[in-house]
Design a protein around this ligand. Structure first.
Ligand SMILES: Cc1cc2nc3c(=O)[nH]c(=O)nc-3n(C[C@H](O)[C@H](O)[C@H](O)COP(=O)(O)O)c2cc1C
Length: 377
């Protein structure tokens, strides 16, 4: 049977339904990311496109995750997403521990505030992880790995992929997706050679801009025509997919709704919070990373909000909070760890297999479009 929801984007990506599971790397848990291999494979195998969020995997972990995804998806398309910083913030060749010491020395008021929060919540400070920061050298090796694996789709979480990557990727049939929260970002991605643009509205979970999906999508569609556009931010049901198509998008890039799946790696208390909270509980703040993110309200977020301290630039703001984050995780205090998710969480109440989430979305979108034609007639 022909797909009830087919757009030209499906042919471009070789998928059945134009629903893409957003690459999601930012997470509260260190162990399992929000979009682990199991989720990616479930979405791809159900006819959508699953995308690995690979910001925090090191090279060996990324290699293993891509190999496992290939094994589970048996030739079907999938994607990889990571951050290519627009302005590269190098923290030198040091590990995080040394960079952390430098950050503390340079920002004593912020460091003292974090120490106060640790004490106030009865936690014991934990040393920061020894993870390599995103340096140009690490980034280059990550890109080489994506090329070596012949990954079918690459999504640049922020910033544009370098020319040499796009040229070599295109030569082997790779498709490039550019994530955008503003028209000017989309224009930069077009110049960098993107094949598909994701227009992400402020409703979205994770790092996000200030323009709403309803306003952003048609503007980006007009600005990048004839390139196909994916709508993102606030899409969790088939009705919203149908609305995205009406705005000119050829598909949806969906994050938060897949955090309600059985396959996501987010901690159970965070999933429960997403399933039980109203949309207003998912607010914007720079407190966690130094860049604006949307996530659930928390005592730490509120404390930063009333502290009078400006958020430090990315990634220093994140780094300076490592001892608190690690201590909270170790103590199982998930209420103190950022729970990133979007406003659409307010209408999602059930934990389900990713396949059901995807197929219901497709079915409802097709029914909505057919229903609209009847209403208008
Ligand atoms: C927990 C979480 C982590 C995210 N991590 C990333 C990431 O690593 N890279 C990226 O491009 N986008 C990331 N995003 C944003 C998503 O790609 C996507 O644009 C967004 O979730 C869409 O809006 P929605 O949450 O309303 O579906 C993340 C979103 C969430 C909720």
């Amino acid at each position: 049977m022909a797909s009830p929801l087919h757009t030209p984007l499906c042919d471009l990506l070789g998928i059945e339904y134009p629903i893409i599971q957003a690459g999601m790397a930012i997470h509260g848990s260190e162990a399992v990311p929000p979009s682990p291999v199991g989720l990616v494979a479930a979405v791809t195998n159900a006819g959508g496109l699953g995308v690995l969020g690979d910001n925090f995997r090191d090279l060996d972990e990324m290699d293993a995750a891509i190999s496992e995804t290939k094994r589970l998806t048996a030739g079907r398309p999938y994607g990889v997403d990571f951050l290519i910083p627009a302005s590269r913030i190098e923290l030198g060749t040091t590990d995080n521990r040394e960079a952390y010491q430098q950050a503390i020395a340079a920002h004593p008021r912020h460091a003292a505030f974090v120490a106060g929060l640790i004490e106030e919540h009865g936690l014991t400070a934990e040393a920061p992880a020894e993870r390599a920061p995103i340096s140009s050298a690490v980034l280059r090796r990550k890109i080489e790995l994506v090329l070596d694996h012949h990954v079918p789709v690459f999504a640049a979480a922020a910033g544009e992929p370098p020319d040499w990557f796009v040229q070599r990727g295109h030569a082997q049939g790779m498709r490039f997706i550019g994530m955008c929260g503003a028209v000017r970002h989309a224009q930069r991605h077009v110049r960098a050679g993107a094949d598909i643009i994701t227009a992400q509205g402020t409703e979205a979970g994770g790092h996000t801009g200030n323009v709403a999906t309803f306003v952003l999508v048609p503007q980006i569609v007009a600005a990048v025509r004839p390139l196909p556009v994916l709508a993102a931010g606030g899409i969790g049901t088939g009705r919203q997919v149908a609305a995205a198509l009406a705005l000119g998008a050829q598909g949806a890039w969906v994050g938060t709704a897949f955090l309600t799946s059985e396959e996501t790696g987010i901690p159970a208390p965070h999933q429960a919070e997403i399933l039980s909270s109203a949309s207003e509980a998912f607010t914007l703040s720079k407190y966690a990373s130094g860049l604006q993110q949307r996530g659930h309200v928390s005592p730490i977020k509120e404390a930063w909000g009333t502290s009078g301290l400006e958020a430090l630039p990315f990634p220093i703001q994140r780094l300076i909070q490592e001892p608190l984050l690690r201590a909270a995780r170790k103590a199982g205090r998930w209420d103190l760890v950022p729970n990133l998710a979007g406003q659409v969480a307010g209408m999602l109440t059930e934990r389900r297999p990713a396949r059901d989430i995807l197929l219901d979305m497709v079915e409802e979108a097709a029914a909505t479009i057919a229903g609209l034609q009847r209403v208008i007639a």
